[in-house]
Design a protein around this ligand. Sequence first.
Ligand code: UP5
Ligand code: MG
Length: 195
Amino acid sequence: FKDGEIDVIYVLGGPGAGKGTQCAKLVDNYKFIHLSAGDLLRAEQKEPGSQYGELIASYIKEGKIVPQEITVALLRKAIVRNYNEGKTRFLVDGFPRKMDQALSFEDQIAHSKFVLFFECPEDVMLHRVLERGKTSGRTDDNIESIKKRFRTFVDTSMPVVDYYNKQNKVLKVNCDQEVDKVYGQVVAELTKAGI
Ligand code: UP5
Ligand code: MG
């Protein structure tokens, strides 16, 4: 895509910070298409005959980052399909969470305008994910996987946030509040950024 053809906002934050919850609210109030990289990977994993099904399943359970080629291809497919239907504004949730993904997406698809970054203490995220794990059916909503996800977030994904922070692209929101209060901050940050 050429500059200006599509708008991309990355949505980052630790496991259970509330990325998906806040994106759903943004979709209701702004004309955004919400693409969760994790959801796309889980859908691909269930696709009968997918050559990546087993690989994705094992990476997700281990809290590791699936090789970027797979995730970038899934995002590209979803963005192109929506673009062909006239949609041009995308919230890319839970991506990029490793530097190679960021560079590859920017190189092959588009540059992001901003990063919406959800900051949340680990104990709060742990509580949320364990609560959700009672009903989510997600293979990574258990204490062993969550610890691995936290570690990957700190070691691998925070450097991506720092990279965009140096470019002054990060809009930071404190997530340790009730959903509507967090959303109020999100709207305030987007408004300040001119969106
Ligand atoms: N909740 C939300 N906000 C709340 C609030 N303010 N107060 C109280 N409760 C709140 O929320 C989590 C739970 O908390 C929910 O029950 C919600 O009601 C409650 P949610 O909005 O789902 O949080 P989110 O940040 O989206 O958490 P999620 O678990 O989806 O984050 P992850 O980043 O861990 O998961 P994701 O699906 O993005 O990735 C999963 C795995 O896929 C990764 O670990 C990795 O293995 C793989 N992956 C890749 O390999 N590459 C990628 O690019 C992306 C993913
Ligand atoms: Mg999510």
